[in-house]
Design a protein around this ligand. Structure first.
Ligand code: 6PG
Length: 221
């Protein structure tokens, strides 16, 4: 895995935007559509805001999909769909397409519907964060056995963060991505990354440890 350390919030955002822009342009080579999975949370928001202004990208050939969602209406303050629409699907980025769970459906149907929608996608890149408890996507430690497949999308719960009921992609989706980008900031998460890097960690307690191969880059602020 690669580790890019940044020293200021501005450098963190610029490094992340530059990585994402290059990844999208590369995925679009030959006229292809770039397929990019997006996480929610607070860390990527300023990165998405800046990325949306990028004029070198043909946004009509970008297919975003959500890595995870909170089970709330899409106009709710905690909705990842809402955050991504407001931060990224604006400026030139407004031309991109977004696949997201339909949270107006009852939860089991919402999961089945989203699973069907994303099962055939081959992600060029997935953007991930990591919580201070080690969770990635909405896979909270100790991670459920279902997180290892075969479904692409599962229902998870958390008592520690906003919104208990979550919709999350599983490890097979994250493992299927051509590349993965983790965006983390703060000393606690940097200390956690050192534990993840250890190599002998229990995957259910440190889910990021499953993804520490040469296709993964961490940008740290
Ligand atoms: C979400 C996520 C989640 C996020 C981490 C880190 O919807 O919450 O996609 O996996 O990446 O919780 O979130 P912060 O960047 O807010 O710390």
């Amino acid at each position: 895995m690669d580790l890019l350390k940044t020293s200021t919030p501005e450098e963190f955002i610029a490094t992340s935007v530059s990585y994402l822009t290059d990844a999208i342009l590369e995925a679009q080579q030959g006229g292809k559509t770039a397929v990019i999975g997006l996480s929610g949370g607070s860390t990527p928001k300023p990165v998405y805001q800046k990325l949306s202004e990028e004029k070198t990208i043909n946004w009509k050939r970008v297919q975003f999909f959500l890595i995870d969602e909170r089970y709330v209406p899409t106009d709710h303050a905690d909705s990842n769909t809402r955050m991504i629409r407001e931060a990224l699907l604006c400026h030139p980025g407004a031309d991109a397409a977004l696949l997201a769970p339909d949270t107006s459906l009852p939860l089991p149907e919402c999961i089945a519907d989203y699973d069907k929608k994303i099962a055939a996608l081959k992600p060029d890149l997935v953007v991930l964060g990591m919580g201070q408890d080690g969770h990635i996507a909405s896979l909270f430690p100790p991670v459920l056995p279902e997180a290892f497949g075969p479904a692409s999308v599962i229902h998870t719960t958390t008592e520690s963060f906003a919104v208990r009921d979550r919709i999350s992609v599983t490890f097979p989706v994250l493992e299927n991505a051509s590349s993965r980008l983790f965006l983390i900031t703060g000393v606690e998460k940097i200390a956690l990354l050192e534990k993840v890097q250890d190599g002998n960690q229990d995957a259910s307690l440190f889910p990021a440890s499953v993804l520490m191969d040469e296709r993964t880059t961490w940008i740290v602020g």
